[in-house]
Write a new protein. Structure first.
Length: 283
């Protein structure tokens, strides 16, 4: 166990927080506080088309309503583009990136596209052809995973529940590290930011378990420390589906308006008890 525990909660301000967010934030907060550690807040707002300032303020409001306090200044990803650009430059200098002009429909239509744990994998179309930087088409940076693994050799990461896990980044294929419209991506930003905030323990949903294989590779390539990971079960609705903003999951604001006592809500969640119609997914 790390001596100085640091955790974080990193929501995207694309809508109001729901019970799933509350569960994850509480888990990260309580883990840090139970070890006399620090709990940081980070706003993941690189998707400028979907993120809005009013939702950032709503994050603060919801966490305060739950009684979850955080330490230090809030990190905001849109203010850290130079850090991501530096990471991209470092990977490009190693010869590990290639430009990709393919669209999602191109990948979906590719008969050679295999399936991975997080959806269709990139079939390597642009890895096999040179895309000029001066092309009129929008392009993204992809990681040449095979070349990256040849450089790092075998890797592993520590999972709280499953122990030492052999990293297998090929499960996610050649992931995008800099989107056409953002200059970075979730995978790159989260690795760079966890290191910048000194995060020792990443507490997040197990829907991101597979992504950790890639994150471990990026940490090794960029010379960054590898935190210990805690992947918790997700909150699901009465239909057994995980809560999601795009599915209009009931928000914490709605619970607040209906008169729910936040202290009671959080105390119940600490016992894995949720309002009627909600529960944790099966083990």
């Amino acid at each position: 166990m790390h001596k100085d525990i640091v955790t974080r909660f990193a929501p995207s301000p694309t809508g109001r927080l729901h019970l799933g967010h509350a569960w994850s934030a509480m888990r990260a907060h309580d883990f840090a506080r139970s070890h006399s550690g620090r709990f940081f807040l980070r706003i993941e707002d690189i998707d400028i088309s979907r993120c809005h300032p009013e939702h950032v303020e709503a994050v603060f409001e919801d966490l305060r309503w739950l009684g979850l306090d955080w330490d230090g200044e809030v990190m905001v990803q849109s203010q850290r583009m130079s850090a991501y650009a530096a990471a991209i430059a470092a990977l490009e200098a190693k010869g590990l990136l290639y430009r990709c002009i393919c669209t999602r429909s191109d990948i979906a239509a590719a008969a050679s596209a295999p399936q991975g744990p997080m959806g269709a994998l990139y079939p390597g179309t642009c890895r096999r052809r040179a895309v000029d930087a001066d092309t009129a088409l929008p392009w993204s940076w992809r990681l040449d995973t095979a070349a990256a693994l040849a450089m790092t050799g075998p890797l592993a990461w520590e999972d709280d529940a499953k122990g030492r896990i052999a990293a297998d980044p090929a499960l996610l294929g050649d992931a995008i590290l800099a989107r056409k419209d953002a200059g970075t991506s979730y995978h790159l930003s989260v690795v760079v930011d966890d290191a910048a905030q000194g995060v020792t323990d990443v507490v997040r949903g197990r829907d991101l378990f597979a992504a950790t294989h890639l994150h471990r590779l990026l940490q090794a390539l960029l010379g960054l420390p590898s935190p210990r990971y805690h992947h918790h079960r997700l909150v699901v609705g009465s239909d057994g589906e995980r809560l999601a903003k795009r599915k209009s999951a009931p928000t914490l604001a709605a619970l607040r308006s209906s008169g729910v006592d936040p202290a009671e809500l959080v105390e119940n969640m600490r016992r894995a008890r949720f309002p009627v119609g909600f529960a944790l997914e099966e083990e």
